[in-house]
Structure formats: C-alpha cells, structure tokens
Design a protein around this ligand. Sequence first.
Ligand code: DGJ
Length: 571
Amino acid sequence: MASGCMADAREEAVGTFVTMKTFLKAAPLALALGSALGVDGAAAAAAAAEKTTPLPRLETRDGRHSLIVDGEPFVMLAGQVNNSSNYAEPLKTAWPVLDAMHANTVEVPIAWEQVEPAEGQYNFAFLQELLDQARAHDKRVVLLWFGTWKNTSPAYTPAWVKLDNGRFPRMKDSQGKDHVVLSAHSANTMAADRRAFVKVMEYLRDHDRQNTVIMVQPENETGSYTVPRDFSAEGNRLFAQAIPASLAGRLGKSGTWEQVFGKQAPRAFNTWYVASYVNAVAEAGKAVKPLPMYVNASLAGPSNVPDPTGVASGGPQWDVLDIWKAAAPSIDFAAPDIYDRVSANIVQYLDKYARPDNALMVPEIGNAKEFARFFWPTIGRGGIGFSPFGTDDTGYYNYPLGAKAFDKETLAAFALPYAAVGSIMRDWARIAATRPTWGAAKPDDGTDQATTLGAWKITASWGQWQFGMKDWTWIKAEPAAWSNEPVGGLAVAQLSDTEYLVMGDHVRVTFSAANGRSDGTIVSVEEGTFKDGKWAMTRVWNGDQTDYGFNLIDRPQVLKVTTGFHSQRQH
Ligand code: DGJ
C-alpha cells in the first residue's frame, strides 16, 4: 500500500505540472514522512513536492524541434566545464564564469569511476553536490555520462573494469592485438555500464523532481580511432552476417556489411554496434526517468567521406546518422562537437545536423573568441542549444582547439549574444518553434550573407561603423576597429507577413524588397523586449540609427522591424 503511494507520487512528479490535485496527492506523503522527519522535515518534503516541474522533453512539429523545459520552449545558453571539473571544488569556479557569460545551463561530466568505484557500491556525492550548486546558482544542467567511451577511451571506467580485460574485453585489431577501446560486442561491459547509468538516473528520479538536470548525454564521443571495428572472433562472426533488417529497411538495401557499405563496411558495422550499445544504456535510463538524451560526435570533416581508420569509427558523424537513427531509437538526437575554425566548415556541420529528424544542438564548440559568432547561425537554424567548451576557472585551456586563455575579452564574445537572446529566451524559443528563422555568422572572407524571408531580402554585412558607407570618398574614416576581426553574426525570425525580429552583434542589417519590387518601405524599427509574451517597445530607431542599416554592434539589443509596400491607389 505504502509503496503504491510512493509510485503514484513519483509518476506525478516525473510527468506533470504541480496542480492542486498533485499537491494534495503529494501532501499526505509529505505529512506521513513528516511524522518521521519532524515538522521541518514535513515542510521541506512539502516544499520539494511543490517544486516538482514537468519533465523536460523534445517536441518536433513540422520538422522544427523545441526543447521543452518547465512546460515551455527553452534555448540552452550553455557552457561545458573542463573534463576534470567533476568535483566539488573545481565546479565552484564555473559559476562566476557562467554568470558573466549570461549562461542558463551548464554541461558537466559525471564519471563511472566516481559513481561506482567498487563494483556494486555507488557514490552520488558529486551528483548531489552538482544539483545543489546548480540550484544555488540558478542554472540547469546537462549531465554527461563518461562511461565506456570518453573520446573513445575507457579512461573514465572504474579500475575494476579497466583492469579486467577478460571480463571487459578490449577491441582486437586486425592482427588480433588488444586495442585500447572496449569492445561494443561485450554483453558484460554493456550490462555493467547500463547498471551504473540506471543508478544515476534513479538518483535523478528520486532527488531531482524539479528537473535541474534537463538532458543527459550517455557516453562521450564514442567510436574508436585507428581500428575501425573489433576483429575479435565475435566481431568477425557478426561482420560476416547480413546487415540487420531494420537497417536494411531504412536504407532500402540488403546484404552483408561489405556488400552494402563497401570500403566503409568496418565503420558502418562498428557504428551499428556502438549505437546499439549506447541505445541499450539510454533505453534503460529512460525507463527510470525519460529525460531527453543525445550523443556527441568527434567530427571527421564536413565534406569528405571519412577514412575508416582516421576517424572515431562508430561515432555519430554526419554521414552515418541514418545508422544511428536505426540502431538507437532511444537517442533523441546526435550533435556535433565543433573545433574546426574554418567558417564554411562550421556552417556545413550545422546544416548536416539540423535535420527534420535531428534537432540541432552544439554541445561543444571551441571557447576561442572566433567561435562565438556561430551561436547566431545555430539558433537561426532552430538550434536548441549552444555550449562553448572549457567554461570554468580552473586554469586549464585546450588551445589549439579553443582559447589560449578564457580571459575577459574572450568570455565577453560569448556573453554578448547570450545576453541578447537571454533577454527574450522563452520568446525566441516559442517563436522559433513555429515561425521561419535564419541566422548567419561573418564568414572568413568577410562577404555579405543574405536570405529572403517572405517578401524581404535581409542582408548582413560586417566590419562597418554604425554611420555612413564604407565606399564614401567625400570623408575619410579609419576602418572599424572590428573590421578584420572574426566577429559578427545575426539571427532573424519572421513574426508575420510584415514583421521581423532581429538580433545580432558586430553586424549591419539591411532590408530590401525581394523580387525586384521598388515599392517596399521600412515602416518602423522598434527596440524592445517581450513582456508576458507580448512585444514591448522601449524606443523607435530612426534617423542615424536606421539610415545606414540597423547596426547591432556591442550591446544586447532586440529589434522588431515592420515593413510594408506603398499603396499606388489614387484618392
Ligand atoms: C572533445 C571531448 O568531448 C571533450 O570532453 C574534450 O576532451 C575536448 N574534446 C577537448 O578539450
């Protein structure tokens, strides 16, 4: 009877708003606990019941994806802490950094070795510490499960896994020698990883009713470098078989791995088995608490067909997403870890992961200043989150992937777009769920970027002062201080046939009527914000502020542009 009650309260807690009904159901439980806990305990338990929030989830409508947090669309303005910041003291250094960035979310690892240091003995001290610190600093959390794979390696597995290759076998290379990476074909390893992961999810179910943790990443950068598949006896046996029916159905092809995938067969094969393994872990975790779950990819280049021995074979690179989709239905989406500094490559990655069947989220991007501008094209493509890597103050910098130092100036480059979108975060998320959006970053060659939304062409140009034109000869001007800097980006949402929301930094935005029409006019440009979901104007931009485009430079400003066409009717 009592356990039935607990189960009821838990179901309510995980899935729904706290309505009066829920509260009344939870209250007796709190009061019952109260007799054991004393009056303060009862009050605390009742307060905990009150804090219950709806379970975060992903919603997809007409190919657009939204992350729903506390019942409403949400954009993750995130930062990821360094790998070894999964302890109480280093984690404390992250909060001032995240606050200065205007971040609302932090991505933090939790390691299998710290959760289950001895087999069957679990320690959630850090997880509770993380929940406490995040709540105290008003941040949501994305939890990164560093288990069987961390950048492919088993470095974060407990010693009892690392040291027992008999029970937890490594992959074999083509010569039959052990590779460092654990085999995806081992039922033992999968069961052990899954059991620990399930314990983590149980802890969240029981200690995070308010859903401080909004999303979970099972494993980190899966796959294996240099050895494209496991050449063990079991690996060879499976490799000789026909590809699984569900994959064959999805691809419309059947046969052995080699018949279907040719030179990419070892990688396709490993992808299927790695994805199936991660799916089993995620599925079991979701059965306990069904939070959104995603996987991250170590990228192999945006346009080449990767050399199976030169990439993390098995990981969710863009060209094997269909294999991941077929093998891992419990994974909500795959996401790119971006450290490539070539602007055209970054844009390609965004395009490849923004699919009607795959929500775009950038769970890692270098924390060097030049990466910040790609926040804009990410949200412009409907991205649900963005997260530079290395956002704590432990003194560790992953240059040349990211910044040489995450100093004030570097941090400010991320803080500016986060402040702008953060000021209307829920409104942007709500609008992006249903209306057309676009975004761009200054490309490496500094060329203008443009799109057509409705009846208007919108052009972004870079590196100009707010006043005047670059090609004026009647007055001399120095180039803008940021003209040669890799900064600048914008995001636009079309609110209605005539209205557009515009945000950005270090950008000049111009509107011109599309389709060669010459009767278009800007009716008004309002700077403002949203109050209770409704636009609230603070001032009208006119005169110098609009004569040379709308110049959004170094302030978090939000503009609503209203357009129109002159009537030709004679009165
Ligand atoms: C990608 C990984 O996912 C991160 O954990 C980290 O190792 C970075 N690479 C490099 O700093």
